[in-house]
Design a protein around this ligand. Structure first.
Ligand code: MYR
Length: 131
C-alpha cells in the first residue's frame, strides 16, 4: 500500500531533470534540498495527497484514470492522470505551456517508495522513506 507519509531520502539525476524542465540554477539548488514530504491516502480509486516542502504545502485529490491539473512549485501547469499498472502507479502529464509530456511512476521497492520522472529524454528518480 502507498498509504502513509513519505519523506524524500535521496534523488538520482534530479538536477539534470529539472534543468531539462527549464528550472533555473538557483531554484535547482534550492529544490535539491526541498525536504519533500508526501502523504498518500488511497480509498478505492481515489487518492488524497498532501505535499509539503520548503517551497509550499498543498492538499489535493485525484481519481485514478481521471484527468486533473497540477501546478509545479514554479507555477508550470500540468494536466494528466495517474493509473495503476499492477502494483505500480503510472502517471502521464502534459505541460500546458509547451505540450511536452512528463511521465512518472511510483512503486514500493522494499521499504521505500521510488518515484521516477521522465521528460524530454531525461530521467530521474526520487526515493522516499516512511516518516
Ligand atoms: C501527486 O500525486 O503527487 C500529485 C500529482 C503529481 C503530478 C506529476 C508530478 C511531477 C512532478 C515533477 C517535478 C518536476 C520538478 C521540475
Amino acid at each position: 500500500t502507498y498509504n502513509g507519509t513519505w519523506k524524500v531520502d535521496r534523488s538520482e539525476n534530479y538536477e539534470k531533470f529539472m534543468e531539462q524542465m527549464g528550472v533555473n540554477m538557483v531554484k535547482r539548488k534550492l529544490a535539491a534540498h526541498d525536504n519533500l514530504k508526501i502523504t498518500l491516502e488511497q480509498t478505492g480509486d481515489k487518492f488524497v495527497v498532501k505535499e509539503a516542502s520548503t517551497f509550499r504545502t498543498l492538499d489535493m485529490e485525484f481519481t485514478l484514470g481521471v484527468t486533473f491539473e497540477y501546478a509545479l512549485a514554479d507555477g508550470t501547469m500540468l494536466s494528466g492522470s495517474w493509473g495503476m499498472e499492477g502494483d505500480m502507479m503510472k502517471g502521464t502529464f502534459t505541460r500546458k505551456d509547451n505540450g511536452k509530456v512528463l511521465t512518472t511512476t511510483r512503486a514500493i521497492v522494499g521499504e521505500e517508495l521510488v518515484q521516477s520522472y521522465s521528460y524530454d529524454g531525461v530521467e530521474a528518480k526520487r526515493i522516499f522513506k516512511r516518516g
